[in-house]
Write a protein that binds this ligand. Structure first.
Ligand code: ZN
Length: 298
């Protein structure tokens, strides 16, 4: 499969990439300055600025909100904890609606502290998503389950493959697979279709031997977001050692071709957790590098 280089207008900034040295207001200004057309804020940064003010500034800058990070974290040791998680997810859905976000990303959560019951945690995730789905539907906010690499199964997300995420989608939102994506030629005008879908992050799924078939299965209806970075060899930290596009072993252009062949027309969100390297650098340098690497490798 030969894939032409990515449209430079398709780049979006996930705020985790520059979270150490910039607040959200500076991130919004930075995107405008660098000609980056999308942004995906994390809720800690959103809380600092306030969702209303953030929405106003993002709109004024003309940015597409490719997602809000994040909801999820459903499993808890007791009923009160599970209720609190559901309430928090409903608030996140409201924030995503106010921002006009294309989806709320769900990092579903791992096992409660002290538990060894992985199947139980997965059942709690299914029940938690089912509990918030009506609120998402009413608010018009698609939910995007992000499968995480299995190394995070215990503490961050017990949904670990795209196939597993799509099984949840099909079980909880059986009509969603048949919905036609509101795809437009211009990436900015694209919007997810089904209320329940997935956020496909190359970092988490690149290794999966079943990836091609599962991306095709997801189709445009269920592909709500596409996150890019790279997998470094060696990886020195389980959470905070992601690579800039081109510095690792992921065939990013092939994966972009894969999601586009399935009908995805949304932006490409650059999300890099990098405590030793990129978080230490001048964010303007990070954004400039992001743009160049996106053009060269995505
Ligand atoms: Zn991601």
């Amino acid at each position: 499969m030969s894939v032409t280089p990515a449209d430079p207008r398709a780049l979006s900034l996930n705020t985790a990439t520059v979270k150490v040295r910039w607040d959200l207001a500076r991130m919004i200004d930075g995107c405008a300055r660098h000609g980056i057309r999308g942004i995906s804020p994390w809720r800690d940064k959103l809380a600092e600025l306030g969702v209303g003010e953030a929405a106003r500034r993002i709109r004024a800058a003309g940015l597409t909100v490719t997602g809000l990070c994040r909801g999820g974290m459903f499993p808890a040791a007791d009923e009160a904890g599970r209720r609190a998680a559901i309430d928090d997810n409903r608030r996140a859905i409201d924030d995503a609606a106010e921002l006009g976000a294309q989806c709320l990303v769900l990092v579903v959560g791992g096992m409660p502290a002290g538990s060894k019951d992985l199947a139980g945690a997965r059942a709690q995730v299914r029940d938690g998503i089912a509990a918030v789905l009506p609120h998402a539907r009413a608010a018009g906010v698609p939910l995007a389950i992000e499968p995480l690499h299995p190394m995070y199964a215990a503490d961050r997300a017990c949904v670990n493959t795209l196939g597993q995420a799509l099984d949840l989608c099909d079980a909880l939102d059986p009509g969603g697979a048949g919905v036609h994506a509101r795809a437009a030629a211009d990436g900015g005008a694209w919007a997810p279709a089904a209320v329940l879908g997935v956020a496909l992050d190359v970092y988490h799924v690149w290794w999966d031997p079943d990836l091609d078939a599962q991306v095709a299965r997801a189709g445009a209806a269920r592909l709500h977001a596409f996150h890019v970075c790279d997998w470094l060899v060696p990886t020195r930290d389980l959470l905070e050692d992601r690579g800039m596009m081109g510095d690792g072993v992921i065939d990013l252009r092939r994966l972009r071709g894969l999601v586009e062949a399935a009908g995805y027309r949304g932006l490409h969100e650059c999300e890099i957790f990098s405590s030793r390297d990129w978080w230490q650098r001048d964010p303007d340098e990070v954004l400039a590098t992001m743009k160049a690497r996106h053009a060269a490798h995505c």
